[in-house]
Design a protein around this ligand. Sequence first.
Ligand SMILES: Cc1cc2nc3c(=O)[nH]c(=O)nc-3n(C[C@H](O)[C@H](O)[C@H](O)COP(=O)(O)O)c2cc1C
Ligand SMILES: C=C(O[C@@H]1CC(C(=O)O)=C[C@@H](OP(=O)(O)O)[C@H]1O)C(=O)O
Length: 393
Amino acid sequence: MRYLTAGESHGPQLTTIIEGLPSLLPITAEQINHELKRRQGGHGRGRRMQIETDTVEITSGVRHGKTLGSPIAMVVTNDDWTHWTKIMGAEPLPEDVDPNDIKRQISRPRPGHADLVGGMKYGHRDLRNVLERSSARETTVRVAVGAVAKVLLQELGITIVAHVVEIGGVVADPTSTAGKTPDELRAIIEADAVYCADPIASKKMVTLIDETKKAGDTLGGVVEVIVEGMPPGVGSYVHYDRKLDGKLAQAMLSINAFKGVEFGIGFDAAHVPGSQVHDEIIWDEEHGYTRKTNRLGGLEGGMSTGMPIVVRGVMKPIPTLYKPLQSVDIDTKEPFKATVERSDPSAVPAASVVAEHAIAFEIAKAILEQYHADQFPQLKQQIDEIKQYAKEF
Ligand SMILES: Cc1cc2nc3c(=O)[nH]c(=O)nc-3n(C[C@H](O)[C@H](O)[C@H](O)COP(=O)(O)O)c2cc1C
Ligand SMILES: C=C(O[C@@H]1CC(C(=O)O)=C[C@@H](OP(=O)(O)O)[C@H]1O)C(=O)O
């Protein structure tokens, strides 16, 4: 399974094509739209999200609510486009229009965004040509793709949920997710202002976001994705490019502003002896092989163990600051403050939704690589069989 996306942040629409999904998977636009709405939310989003009402139009590959096995094409309209038709039009500018007269040209690159290096690389002196595609607006259709993957996983008995564990140094109590079913956790997170499972930390996060916004600054944080119901053995130890943890790390780091990734206890494994890291193995008739703990986050040897996969990603603070940092005007080479674009003070909650969907796609892809099936019921049968086989192994 693979997908491509196209679209500029302030262009007419975002487009995606997914290829390689089996036929006969039930799917509706409503399921996808629910996730798109979540991605637009979370305390700390800027004014752009008040303009957009992201909804998907499925233009091919699905008929009467079921996949056909052919490529699925989806589009999401940018409502903001109506304000940008002159600035972002695809046609060459009329000869009597000076490009410098087109408002909102950018010549003062923002430290931390793609502006300067992207401009050098593609030869764009109007750095808007970089901003438009490097913008996280693109994650809208990535969530749409992940939502389709999530439906496939759900039908296979695999659930996936993400939550915010830290914003700007305020950390959620790690026990706030303990003992909750994926459905319970999802209900709590979806009702919370910053998609956090710890109500006390959530309140502090909201206050901190507001204070930071007032100060013209921005905040990053940490999000955690939990995948339950995995069959063991997805991925492989036999070759570097088949390791599931490697693929999930790439998916996480492919999200705009994500700078680090860890599984289970992650970097803390450096501080403690092996007896406090590795998960002891147990067996019983009802569950088959499980572990007393899940410190390695459901992955051993590049394969799923069958325990929940727990993967975290760190998002740096948003680069566009209302109190901008030092930069250089690329036209005059004079020192200038960086460009101030309309921006989000913190998008960690929204990014948790993006992470959930990026991981969902990668897991669905790995499953489809391993268990070939043209029709969804055939895939389901294989997954049910492998789960039973693993129990009795
Ligand atoms: C959901 C989401 C929303 C974002 N919103 C903004 C924003 O409003 N302003 C901004 O400067 N960067 C924003 N970013 C981050 C930039 O897109 C990102 O820093 C930029 O593409 C450069 O890539 P890099 O940080 O991975 O190097 C957002 C990222 C995500 C995931
Ligand atoms: C549009 C989205 O996020 C955008 C990501 C983004 C950036 O630079 O990454 C900059 C902002 O865009 P604008 O300049 O239009 O206000 C964010 O709003 C979105 O998430 O849908």
